[in-house]
Design a binder for this molecule. Sequence first.
Ligand code: HEM
Length: 512
Amino acid sequence: MSSSNIDPFLIFLTLSNTNLYLLLLLLPLIVLFLLHLSPGGLPWACSSRSPPHSRIPGPSGTIFSLSGPLPHRALAKLSTSFQSLYLMAFSIGFTRFIISSHPDSAKEILNNSSFADRPIKESAYELLFHRAMGFAPFGDYWRTLRRLSSTHLFSPKKISSLSGQRMEIGTQMVVQIDALMREHGKVELKQVLHFAALNSIMMSVFGKKYEFGKGNDGLELDELVKEGYELLAVFNWSDHLPLIGWFDFQGVRRRCRNLIKKVDVFVLQIIKEHRERRSNGSFNEINSDFVDVLLHFQSEENLSDSDIIAVLWEMIFRGTDTVAILLEWIMARMILHPEIQSKVQLEIENIVGSSNSVSETDIPKLHYLQSIIKECLRLHPPGPLLSWARLAIHDTFIGDNFVPAGTTAMVNMWAITHDESIWHDAGKFKPERFMDGEDVSVMGSDLRIAPFGSGRRVCPGKTMALANVHLWLAQLLQRFKWEACEGVDLSECLKMSLEMKNSLVCKVVQRS
Ligand code: HEM
């Protein structure tokens, strides 16, 4: 048949069919693209249960703010530009997020039982943290861990029984700083602080003491902890794009599995030593460490050895980094503001006297020192996004905004503590603000400054952390005058906690 014989109607039908097929093929993509452009991105648009009047404002598409080095600042900027400080919706891959940058919505999230779970990242899961308190789902197991630790590790009685140990570690730090200064003419403070915080946790949790710079188990543990911090800090795309999770492109799963094998060996050895020591059956609440406590309650509370390893491992993790990093920021501020340093040293002298060493009983009288710590928690919160997000267990509301179950909820504490409408001269370091006005608590009741979170899952280690920070700061300031060595760079870097990007290197002069 020649081409002239082809029926034009057939040609039309064939072409329109091709177009139709093409259109049918493209239609889902077009719909997906349009949904992707809706506020909060695709996962929000797909949550059809959300009543239209209660849609939360936010950027469309997937945002990359969480994978950058300063997500707290990037998210604060986004919330301001979308005028959504109260609540902003966004998505990463298939994960639906809300973030609060306002004390009222922060309070609603953190104190709402619908947000009592935490989303678990792949790295946390692989490192066994789903069996530890911080990531355990809200329920009986979590309650048991919380009860055991608040009675036997974080109770006021236990914390005050550890004051001798705190004092000893502070004194060791002073000796180390002195030695480093003699040897090198300068001190990189981070190492010293990190080792002190690690030792403090090791003494109270494992009943073990390590010596700074000596090649012993302490160094091995230090390496394990550092590798764990790195893995937990990695922004892992597998957490948000399940399809690529299979391939472990970033190698997170492989590294976690290698690490947890070493942690198992390390912690099991300590458990074994405790079991041998305990074979005589004695258990004394005050003199025992947390390993003894967990072993004592193991069968009663139905805890497996892996549960115990996970709980102990988590304590080392949470307790070390946060305290060391906070103290490094405080010392940086002391060097940058010599007039404030002299003023607090005068306060210590007036309260303690010039010939006595500062001790724990002096701390409640050192009001200016307390204000300095609060001001540093405000300007440099170790967990600017409160480190560990929450997960909506049920459909719920924040104000009038509908939040479907399965949404990850975050609080940008950094944005709240830097908000000019809440804090006058928010960017300035002014400890006096806590001396002159009302007494502002940092323990979680006042959401204008809640560096330890709030509600059911508030940080259980906050009193212990603050006891260490207050005493060690007083000891360091009483013994030395602190000066810059290579300048002080306040640039930040958010890993597990908000660290100084360039470690503080300084000089000290003995105070007479
Ligand atoms: C300056 C020091 C510290 C800061 C700023 C800090 C901050 C936080 C924050 C923001 C949370 C999440 C709270 C929430 O979701 O509302 C948290 C949880 C937690 N912290 Fe801390 N923390 C510090 C020290 C410690 C210490 C010393 C320990 C233990 C030795 C510890 C153990 C924990 C645990 C186990 C959780 C999880 C609680 C749960 O989910 O039930 N923290 N911390």
